[in-house]
Every structure is written in C-alpha cells, then in structure tokens.
Design a protein around this ligand. Structure first.
Ligand code: AMP
Ligand code: ZN
Length: 478
C-alpha cells in the first residue's frame, strides 16, 4: 500500500511493523455538536482506508477516540471549554452533552455505512454505553492512563508546573516543529495570548498536560484528582494515552485532518517522545478540507456546513454523501456544493440501476478486474480510478453474474450497499431528460398543456430546473 505520509512529504510504501497487520489510530470527534459534512468527509475517507487494508488481506487493528473533555475553542490552552459551553447552553451536564453527541455520531456513521473502528457494521441499537466494545475510546474513561503517562514525561524531565497548569516543555524536543518546518519563534499569536493568561508559561508553544481548577476553570464541570492537584487533562494527552493503551510503544498509522498538522499532532508526537524516548507513530496521514465554492473551509463556526439530517431533508440519501466523499482521495481538497452532491446522487443512482440490471445471481469474480481494483487501492487509494474500472466493467461483455460477483467485491471497500439496492428507479439517463424536453415542446406546440405540464414535472423530478426559451424547453441541474 502506498499512502501520502505528511512527515515524508510524499507518497511512500507503507511498511507495517508486523507482517500482514496494521495498527491505525484515528483522531475522532469532539462531541459537543452534531458532525457536519466537513467532519463526515474525514471519517468516510478513513473508513475507506480501513476497508481497503482489510480487503487487501491485512489484519486491521484500529481505534478512534471521542474527545469529551479538555478541548478548548480555537484549540488554545486557555480558550472556552467546548463541552462546558454547550452544557451551559443546553442546561445539562458536560457528560450528558458528550453522551448525546456520541449517539448522533453513531446514528450518522450507521447511515453512512461507516464501520466501527473494530471493523463491524453499526447495529441499530448501539449507543454511547457500548462504544468501547467496538474500538472507541473516551477521554473521560482514560484518566488513570493519562495520569500515568504524564508521570512518565515528568520523570523524564519534559514538564514544568505553574500555579495554573502542568506544561510540556517543547524546547526539550529538538525536532518539535518537524511537521511544519516552522521556527519555534514564529509560533502563532494565539499561543502568545496564553502566555498572558499564565505569565509563568516559559515558551508560547508549550502546552497544557494537566489543567488546574483555578481562574476561569475554577468551576469546570469535569475534574479529577492528580499529583498536580484537582483538574482535567489537556486536549492532546488523550490521544497519546489511548494510542499507547491500544498498541504499546509503536504503531503504524495515525490519521487526522490537516488542521492537526501545526499543533495537535506535533504535541502528540512530543508527548510520545517525552514518555517513551521515541516518536511511536510510523506514518502520519492527513485528510484535506472540504471547502465551499469560494474556497472557505466547511466549519461549524462559519455556519456554512450542513449536518447529515439537514442534507437528507434536502432529498439526499446518506449514501450520496458517502459516494461523493469516497470517490475522492483523502489528500485532495474537495469543493462541496449542492450541485456536486446532486452529481454524486445521479452517479450513485445510475450505478445502482446498472447493478440491478445484472440480476440477483452472483457468479465468479473476474480476476482481471479484481487485480486492477487492488492496484488502484494500493496506489494511494486512487478512488476515482476504482470507479472508472467499475464503470468499465459494467459496460463490458463479461458474463452478468460474474460482473455482479466482482461488483460486490468492489463494494466491500466502497460500502455503497450494492448488495441491497433500494433506490434506483428514480434514476433517469440524460437522454431521457432530453426526450422529455422535446415531448414538452411538441405538447405545447399542439396545445396539449396538461401533457406539457406532465413532462415539465418529470424533468423537475429528476433534479433539473426548466426554462422556456425561444429555442424551446431548456433545463439545467440546480
Ligand atoms: P473536531 O470534532 O472539530 O475535532 O473535528 C473532527 C475532524 O473533522 C477533524 O479531524 C477535522 O480535521 C475534521 N474536519 C473538520 N472540518 C473539516 C472540513 N471542512 N473538511 C475536512 N475535514 C474537516
Ligand atoms: Zn488526536
């Protein structure tokens, strides 16, 4: 398998620590709101990666965290606590906020056909109480492990304490800025504001391992006792603690969004070095943004991103979203628009229709296409190539039953439920729309206005807007 390794700054051959086995840690959601389509892209891309490794014969060991404590606004040390803020807004406790939004993640993942980190299909009744059986880890359930890990860093001389917090001293890690190549002195202004909050913080880039219940956090909802006083963990430490708990002192792949390249992942890596004397993670792999047409990142704070239920209310299926995001490589910036999603919907429905036409009897897989499919996966998850091979095969003269058997193999990675197609009848080929448009013109010319209306409706139902022009009926995707 070849993947883009952020630290190597290129696509590399993945050499796993153990033969035919791969360990993957995925930075997961901070659970104080319902995911939006930008977040969803990340989890679909990593689900495709997970399925691809599995399909290629690896034994996949994977975990993902739920951040339910310690994540401040703007990823700052002394920002507003995201969980506490939401708890105050909703009039419930922080842990109830976490449970509520873990449940929405599970609902969304299920609809999107995203497997659990343990590789299982999400069952209808899975809720927050059982997530740990399926490879998820919650920060609030890892406090003893977090404290033990911080004690190791402390014993190794990587920390210092002030009256506000216990910090990691980044100057102790000579290649701390390896992810960005940035100089320590140039670290961003946000970090400087933290120095104002705590004048005893030595370096703007130092970060909190344990926050004490003082100042603005005196009434913090969730807190535990520790060798550094009553308090709660900083945001980055949970991922190091969980990665270590799941895989020990070495693992293969760590995934996350590109937003984690400047702060969260350098901090995780520094913690690993502080505790274990070496970086722990072999490959860091990052997903690019979903952006608007104007190149703005889809973000909760911008209010420019729909949630899955909002997209469904507009007439889309969760699998249309899966199709859109699964068809693009994780490392490619993706421009999102309703038209793009509409395009994915049309493509998916037309795929469904073609697969349905193959019948329900599945024959033997076609080795030639399977070989090309595996090559495309191994080539840095080239998903657009996967779809073009799939379409080529559907047009081929091969035996229908064998094509179906092979399609279903592709679907083990695509996850489009092609073995259980429900929605295909509404798909209308573009030539058909053209026919409706001409029929409408004829009907109008012959003053059969009811018929003309009927054809207008048919065009609209297929997702087009109808225009009357001097040249007759024109239509455009909306
Ligand atoms: P958060 O819950 O804010 O920690 O975000 C969860 C994940 O979603 C992170 O790994 C982010 O990188 C990712 N994410 C957030 N917005 C976008 C976006 N517009 N495009 C792609 N990934 C995103
Ligand atoms: Zn993380």
């Amino acid at each position: 398998m070849k993947l883009y390794s952020t630290l190597d700054r290129k696509v590399v051959d993945i050499q796993t620590i153990k033969d035919n086995e791969i360990s993957i840690y995925s930075c997961g959601p901070t659970v104080y709101y319902r995911m939006h389509l930008g977040n969803i892209r990340a989890y679909i891309n990593w689900d495709v990666m997970h399925r691809a490794f599995k399909y290629l014969g690896y034994n996949v060991n994977r975990v993902m965290n739920f951040t339910d404590v310690g994540h401040m606004s703007h990823d700052e040390d002394f920002g507003e606590d995201k969980m506490d803020n939401e708890a105050a807004k909703e009039g419930i406790t922080a842990i109830d906020v976490a449970n509520k939004y873990i449940n929405t993640v599970l609902e969304d993942f299920k609809a999107l056909n995203i497997l659990t980190p343990s590789g299982d299909v999400i069952s209808r009744d899975l809720d927050y109480k059982d997530v740990e059986k399926f490879g998820w880890m919650r920060a609030t359930n890892m406090i003893p492990e977090i404290i033990e890990l911080v004690k190791k860093m402390e014993a190794n001389g990587y920390t210092y304490e002030t009256d506000k917090a216990l910090y990691f001293d980044v100057t102790k890690v000579p290649d701390y800025t390896i992810f960005t190549g940035q100089k320590l002195e140039d670290k961003k202004v946000g970090d400087r504001e933290d120095v104002v909050v705590d004048p005893n913080k030595k370096n703007p880039a130092d970060f909190v391992l344990w926050m004490k219940l003082v100042g603005k956090y005196a009434n913090h909802d969730m807190h535990w006792s520790s060798p550094w006083g009553e308090g709660f963990p900083g945001w980055h430490i949970e991922c190091s603690a969980m990665g270590n708990k799941a895989f020990g002192e070495h693992f293969d792949i760590h995934t996350g969004g590109i937003d984690h390249i400047p702060v969260h992942h350098p901090n995780e890596r520094a913690q690993n070095i502080g505790a274990f004397g070496q970086p722990v993670v072999k490959y860091w792999v990052h997903n690019e943004w979903v952006v608007t047409k104007d190149d703005a990142k889809l973000a909760k704070s911008e209010g420019n991103a729909d949630t899955l239920p909002e997209a469904i209310a507009q007439g889309f299926d969760a699998l249309d979203i899966r199709y859109l995001f699964a068809s693009v490589n994780y490392h490619t910036k993706l421009q999102f628009s309703t038209e793009a999603l509409k395009g994915a919907q049309n493509a998916r429905l037309s795929l469904n229709k073609k697969v349905k036409e193959l019948g329900d009897k599945s024959g033997k897989v076609i080795p030639r296409y399977i070989g090309r499919f595996k090559n495309a996966l191994e080539n840095n998850l080239n998903m657009s190539e996967v779809l073009s091979i799939l379409n080529e095969m559907l047009k081929s003269k091969e035996d229908k039953e064998d094509i179906l058997a092979t399609v279903l193999e592709f679907d083990r990675v695509l996850g489009l439920n092609l073995n259980n197609i429900k929605d295909y009848s509404v798909v209308i080929a573009d030539e058909q729309i053209e026919k409706y448009a001409r029929e409408r013109d004829t009907a109008r010319a012959e003053k059969r206005y009811d018929d003309a209306d009927k054809f207008r409706k048919l065009i609209e139902e297929a997702g087009f807007k109808v225009f009357d022009t001097p040249e007759g009926t024109k239509y455009a995707k909306y």
